[in-house]
Ligand binder design. Structure first.
Ligand code: C5P
Length: 317
């Protein structure tokens, strides 16, 4: 059976899960896990459960995605560019985009490769959104327990350690959400406009003038750029084109599936009035809602992933 984890095909996923469940019941948990292992070969990772083992249908869905990161080998198509261009009103055409990205590749000739799955390793990941639900949650120690902690935009830790933890290994960022970056944290750069690439290059320039003008980031070897083709895939395949495009947090969550064996999710969810408030500041704009993002679709999808035991979602209350 072909399994696709899309909202419209959740029924097939349920059937798939049910089939596996029936098989489990009929042969007993222990022998089932052994038979699955013999079907799939050795364990993929050393976590309690690795992502593909959580739901056998899931591997297929992940395989549909384009490469999540931009590189010389993984450029985007003219169609992808057409989707991406209006999301934040990029100026210029596909030629300008390609010329700009070419300059990025000259500056970063080799992007880092993230370690892949290994039977002796558990890449446990915490994806931490910025929701006000984290306030008073006491989830900090649990978040810090993960090998990889992905934080989004301005999600800070100082003064909030008890609720959000202190560790950050990966930071999702785009120019307008700029924050500090230390020497050992990966930058997961999400470009929304062609000129965002110029901002990125400026952050790593070494000449004095550039340094004086704006803050620089310290470690050029820890930069990964999300592909606009992947952004489109998340919008179309995961969110059925709801809203104009997925939020940085939701894209960060989808991305985590590509380099984590186990994904736990924290800090997602609007306040009682439907606003995307932050744990680190008082909400001033009471009409904020979830911006142009399909906040309720994203939340429902996160809950579904949790129900299917693909991720664990800690709501913070
Ligand atoms: O607001 P900001 O984009 O910096 O927050 C990071 C991410 O956390 C959002 O993109 C969104 O996915 C998630 N978020 C949320 N509920 C909130 C605030 C943020 O789900 N109240």
């Amino acid at each position: 059976m072909r399994c696709r984890f899309r909202p419209r095909t959740v029924v097939s996923l349920l059937l798939c899960v049910a089939t596996v469940g029936l098989f489990l019941t009929s042969v007993g948990n222990h022998s089932m896990s052994r038979s699955l292992r013999s079907l799939w070969g050795p364990r993929l990772c050393s976590c309690h459960k690795c992502l593909p083992e959580r739901n056998p249908c899931f591997t297929d869905i992940l395989k549909e995605a384009p490469d999540p990161f931009l590189s010389k080998e993984h450029a985007i198509s003219a169609e992808d560019f057409k989707w991406w261009k209006p999301i934040q009103g990029t100026k210029g055409n596909f030629t300008l985009y390609n010329e700009t990205v070419k300059r990025v590749f000259e500056m970063f000739p080799r992007f880092p490769t993230l370690p892949g799955p290994h039977p002796d390793r558990c890449r446990s990941c915490a994806v931490v959104g910025n929701s006000g639900t984290l306030r008073g949650s006491h989830l900090g120690p649990l978040i810090d327990h993960h090998n990889i902690v992905i934080r989004i935009n301005r999600g800070r830790t100082e003064g909030y350690e008890q609720d959000v933890g202190a560790k950050t290994t990966h930071r999702v960022m785009y120019p307008e959400s700029q924050t500090e970056l230390d020497n050992s944290t990966y930058l997961l750069f999400f470009p929304f406009k062609t000129r965002d690439f110029l901002w990125l290059m400026d952050r790593y320039r070494t000449d004095e003038n550039a340094a004086a003008k704006s803050k620089r980031f310290p470690n050029k070897d820890l930069v990964l750029i999300l592909s606009p083709a992947f952004m489109r895939y998340v919008h179309e395949a995961w969110l059925r084109r709801a809203g104009s495009y997925a939020s940085t947090g939701f894209m960060g969550l989808a991305l985590s599936m590509y380099f984590c064996d186990e994904v736990n999710v924290f800090g997602f969810g609007a306040d009682q009035d439907g606003n995307w408030d932050h744990y680190f500041e008082i909400l001033r704009n009471k009409k904020l809602k979830t911006g142009g993002h399909p906040g309720s679709h994203e939340y429902t999808m996160i809950e579904k992933l949790h129900e299917k035991k693909i991720i664990e979602f800690f709501k913070g209350f």
